[in-house]
Design a protein around this ligand. Sequence first.
Ligand code: HAM
Length: 437
Amino acid sequence: MAINAPEGTRDLLPDEALFWERFKRTAADVFGRYGYVPIDTPIIEQTELFVRGIGEATDVVSKEMFTAISGANLAKLLDGEKLKAKSRLSLRPEGTAGTVRAVVQHDLVPQGAPPAKLMYAGPMFRAERPQKGRYRQFNQVGIECLGADDPTIDAEAIVMLMRFYAKMGMPAGAMRLLVNSMGCEKCRPAYRDAVRAYMEQHEGELCEDCRRRMDMNPLRAFDCKVPGCAQAMADAPKITDHLCDECLDHYGRVKALLCDAGVEYEEDPTLVRGLDYYTRTVFEVQVADGLGSQSAIGGGGRYDKLAEEVGGRPTPGFGFALGYERTMLALQEAGIAFPDARKVELFVACATDDVRDAAFRLAQECRDAGIATELDHQGRSLKSQFKLADKLRARFVVVLGPDELSQGLAKVRNMSSHEEQLVGIGEVPAVLKNAGL
Ligand code: HAM
């Protein structure tokens, strides 16, 4: 029986793989203008990093991590030995924890240094129930800025993300930008207590999960997809009524800067996000159509305590990640097509079999001159070679025939104007370059 890709994973076939390359290039181009430089961290990290960084009580950590055990460790485990913490490894469910770990480990933000502006792109892994727009291996492009808590960092990054979507061709009207502030260690505990007290009064209306999480993580109930919970939580206390003066001021500045940049947003005081590291600004970009409940194409926020959580000195941070697959589905919904992966400018055709070596040589010379060139590898007739050249959308075909070749000549045919000219075989690359290839 044929073996298929694992459930919840996707092959990026050539047209899409090419689109993913363009996606990453566009991100690097846009984010580079804001000072972001690449970082590439391991796909696998110590499980402990995610437990401490993202939070043990989050769905991502408690239910969705792929935890890996190497062969040697598995043997020890089967022998009844306990695994050391550093032998417990997990596939990264997101990129922030690993990036912050690298910043701390390599001291990328020494005292007095400007903020480290980092960007990454690559696969993330979450053992979620697969459906359209929700995969177990998916790609993110993300940025993290460490070392500054100024609201200009938050606003700049959100503006930059919206510029990226625009550059990819996403219509502004197809997206909603939701913003909120999660407060800080000073104001959030009292708010959390207020939400818990509210939930206790409405316990009968809440699902089992929310009732269970009420003590540890009551704010998660705002994220619950069970209709009864959403209804019950609609009248719960709002964080924005509980922010301390500093958080209120920070949030106000972020919103003012977004307004100033002409970026439209909606305030959503129930936006809490699914990861525990956030403080102050959080945001999400959602699309209206086509993705059902998987409507968030990107999101992020501020995490001023995360560096300390993973053992570093206090280093404020802000970042976001956008989901490539969901953004791609939304772009397709908006009518943006994949580019065609086949890129052939020139086809070298053989009139007879005895010129094949010369065709092989000429194709090589043309490629060395920078022209994307293809030739027949299956012994096709000349007619069928022309058909193939058409299919590959070659702009020119060079035909080698024994008579012309004996005089050192080749026939160059422009496939759109159908003009033909005989040129010296050594001149073919130059003639084609002159013609714009
Ligand atoms: P997140 O909201 O969990 O944030 O993920 C960011 C984006 O990744 C989502 O908006 C969504 O488009 C995509 N995504 C998440 N899970 C899946 C999935 N199972 N299948 C397909 N796409 C998915 C983070 O990951 C944070 N690290 C963002 C961040 C960076 N916050 C601060 N810095």
